[in-house]
Design a protein around this ligand. Sequence first.
Ligand SMILES: Nc1nc2c(ncn2[C@@H]2O[C@H](COP(=O)(O)OP(=O)(O)OP(=O)(O)O)[C@@H](O)[C@H]2O)c(=O)[nH]1
Ligand SMILES: [Mg+2]
Length: 299
Amino acid sequence: MATNKTSVFKFGLVSLIGQTNVGKSTLLNRIVGEKISIISPKVQTTRTSIRGIKTTNSAQIVFLDTPGFFHKPRTRMDQKLTQNAREGLLSVDLVLFLVIPQEARSDENMSILADIKATGSPSFLVINKIDTVRKERLLPLIEAFAQENVFQEIYPISALNGENVDRLEQGIVNQLPSGSPHYDPDVISTANLRFIGAEIIREKVYDLTNQEIPYASAVQILDFTESDTLVRIEAIIYVEKESQKGIIIGKKGEVIKRIGIKARQDIQTLLDTKVFLDLRVKVRNKWRSDEHFLEQLGL
Ligand SMILES: Nc1nc2c(ncn2[C@@H]2O[C@H](COP(=O)(O)OP(=O)(O)OP(=O)(O)O)[C@@H](O)[C@H]2O)c(=O)[nH]1
Ligand SMILES: [Mg+2]
């Protein structure tokens, strides 16, 4: 008989934690092979924890992408982000702690390291963005972290170009407990399309605006109707001030138009169908401190 019954199927929950902007969402998307989580060069991009699922012949890995840890929560939203970030430390089978070479031994990272130690969860250190430094710089870092006696394994990778990501994936699978898959093999996220649509629009706001505008913005989907040939989406971008509304709309509506075009393209690619997107901007004073509204946003 050719069937191989000796290899056990692996299943587990793996969290991606670390400071903001180290490439957690980029790594999730690279491993899953689709854009599940939005990415930007600006800090504080991910706001809620997002699950991405990778299924192979031998394993199903559920990744939990989390918001970056940061020091000084000012608004209620900041506090929620920190709470959501901490979820990644609890009841997971494996923690992936992402750092970048330039800031690997930062105070923030030393504090996250202490948290990982305290929870006692199995964990890997992932040194990301190795494409940005000379390889000689990595060895002392790896040695310093190895001496902490916290990490089962240490992987230098580039989530951007994929270097060493295969080896990391194999390491993860080896570490996971045996178990049956919980999701259909073609399910890649537990987030619904409505949520991912809102996130893609928010990503374009991050892309096309600056200063405080991205952080003062939230996207809510009012209508998401799928038919055979078209998906119709009606969405609102909330900001906190009239002046921010002016900036998002832009001269003669140019900025909002570009946000709409770029978002529509990405959503069309994801859904593989034509998308009609109706986008408006509204002011909602101090929404970042409005508990009820944050809940509506799923935060
Ligand atoms: N050069 C380089 N850039 C990378 C790499 N991985 C991610 N980036 C970039 O780093 C920036 C931040 O990436 P994200 O994936 O949004 O980072 P994050 O950790 O999810 O950030 P938050 O959601 O804010 O916590 C983006 O501009 C990415 O393109 C890498 O391996 N090399
Ligand atoms: Mg992110």
